[in-house]
Design a protein around this ligand. Sequence first.
Ligand code: AMO
Length: 436
Amino acid sequence: MKEIDFVKFNKNRTYIRDAFTKKDGDVVELAGWVSDTRALGKIRFLMLKDISGIIQVVAVKGKADEESFELIDKISRESVIYVKGTLKVSNQAPGGKEIIPLETKLISKADELPIDVAEYSKTELPKRLDYRFLDLHRKSVQAIFKIESTIMQAFREFMVKKMGAMEAQFPSIIGSSSEGGTELFKAKYFEREVYLSQSCQLYKQMLACSIEKVFTIFTVWRAEKHNTVRHLNEARQFDYEQAFADEFVVMDVLFECIKYIIKEVLKKNKEELEILKVELKIPKSKYITFSQVKDLMKKNGVFCPDHDLSTEAEKKLGELYPDTVVFVHDWPIKGKPFYIMPKGNGLSGGFDAIYKGTEITSGGQRVHIPEILEKQLRERDLDPKDFKSYIDSFRFGAPPHAGWGMGLERLTMLMLNLQNIREVTLFPRDRDRISP
Ligand code: AMO
């Protein structure tokens, strides 16, 4: 393998997308992965791809330098190479331009591939995930994560620029449950037993009581035993919390936030949306009470439990209100966690948001009154002593506050009409998978 001076290369490098803007005869330096090769008599074709695009390299025996011809002749798919070559306008070439190599170097040879990485590969998802690092060589897979990156960036931008909120970081090791006792992963912390965080719920509330508007992108761990297409055991949440607010204030914030994110994706990821054949629409909003949803389900013959929405009910809402964020509010307090404010009549300040037939967000007005909090903890068989510092944080001047948590992977999956949450998770953690 010939050495490459990467400092020099990075100064001279042309990304493949930009190569198409160069003139006939221009010399460019490219690097990337071998997508495909083809032999036709004395001609060797190679499709070279980098993060920006794909271009044809053509070597003719006797005309191209001998080394380039030999390399292209023998190279394995997905190997990494450097090509210095002349740009040539050609009607037969994909995109109308090709590269005639002047110098070619092998950077890294690929072994025989364990999965098919062609764009229309039929390899099943579990196998693809076993080799996720290689799956990521595919344009359609890259497109998903480019869009997910825009979604995260847009969330931050919206929170900072539109809401004036402060980004914060919270601990991932917790001493007691924040979302109910059943889904905790235990961990050893010196002599003590601790848990991996189920959410940053209690901390974001404590922070909002002084900073007023706070947000984070937070990793959560849920020890849910069943593998489903919409659950992960390690997921990421967009969390927002605002002081001097009730659930109606933060539902509006959420709707504006989702619209902002979708607009940004439409603006920045046209190419990726095209690759994925996704027609993304800016959603409408629908506000509806839990009891109205129950009536609606009864009318449509869909089962819906008393304190929660069934998967079928969520699906039905998606059918009845397509391309809409459906805010289901006035939720029965029995179906909500201890930190949600009761409203009387068995109802609460809690809500869920449903998009394309699946829950993407939970939130609500919080309890900022210690006595109510203690009562609700006891009602859920939790010990107020385990929540002492959290309860105490509301004893010294705590404004009413509200907020929400939205699943990053859920939102991405639904925006892109994908059927399995693992498609939008780089390295998913589920019951069976902890590697890679
Ligand atoms: P909740 O538990 O409903 O609420 O989670 C909020 C949102 O996070 C996503 N989510 C998940 N995504 C994938 N796999 C999972 N196992 C998983 N669990 C949750 C969903 C869900 O709607 N603290 C509250 C939020 C709040 O009130 O601020 C909470 O965590 O999209």
